[in-house]
Design a binder for this molecule. Structure first.
Ligand SMILES: N[C@@H](CCC(=O)N[C@@H](CS)C(=O)NCC(=O)O)C(=O)O
Length: 207
């Protein structure tokens, strides 16, 4: 069945899905929409909730990036066998997205003074709040959130890369276990070749 992933030509919420699809050697059409010319009403109005990413399999469509990431990881070793560990992987992915929401609040803030304050909070509190805990979870479980590589580490990698682009930083540098697992994902077969072939991402303007 034909698989298609629609997202912007950007890392953010789509890249972990692309990484999982490449690592698990699933053929898919990587459809990239232009963020700079978005919104295109003729496309947006036909999306279930007006947003990307959107995943198609034959006639079926799925939205919500975490649901898509988990779905494309099914039937692979990226889903823990143990139901408890499946839930731990999922709760970790939601936690990583809690951080992303805080980052988005900063990115979308239109008032320059408020945005400056939000950036200060991110660098002085929020980043360390989340990433020191994620680091601890990884280091207590052999370098992975659930004891072995799962889809949650792919979500981490996608969000860290996108956050670095937004904040012009390298969050992982202060967290050695996070840095190691990101490096591991970036060098996985399929992912490594994809990264080498993709272009460089440029941060779109906020409208
Ligand atoms: N909770 C959704 C959020 C999706 C979302 O925020 N998509 C953004 C891009 S990252 C989007 O499509 N923005 C364009 C718009 O809203 O028109 C998910 O995880 O998939």
């Amino acid at each position: 069945m034909a698989k298609k992933l629609h997202y912007f030509n950007l890392n953010a919420l789509g890249e972990s899905i692309r990484y999982i699809l490449h690592y698990t050697k699933q053929e898919f059409e990587d459809i990239r929409h232009d963020r700079e010319t978005w919104p295109k009403p003729e496309i947006k109005e036909n999306l279930p909730y007006g947003q990307f990413p959107l995943y198609e399999e034959g006639e079926k469509v799925l939205h919500q990036s975490l649901a898509i990431a988990k779905y494309v990881a099914r039937n692979t070793d990226l889903i823990p066998v143990d139901p408890w560990l499946q839930a731990v992987a999922e709760s970790t992915a939601y936690t990583i997205y809690d951080f992303w929401q805080k980052l988005m609040a900063y990115r979308r803030e239109k008032d320059p003074e408020k945005q400056k304050q939000l950036k200060k909070e991110l660098f002085e509190e929020t980043i360390d709040f989340f990433f020191s805990r994620l680091e601890k979870q990884l280091s207590e479980n052999g370098g992975y959130f659930t004891g072995k590589l799962s889809w949650a580490e792919f979500v981490l990698c996608g969000i860290v890369e996108a956050s670095n682009l937004i904040l012009d930083t390298e969050i992982e540098k202060k967290y050695p276990t996070i840095e190691a697992v990101i490096e591991k994902i970036r060098n996985l077969p399929g992912v490594k070749e994809y990264i080498a072939s993709r272009g460089t991402y440029v941060l779109p303007k906020i409208k």
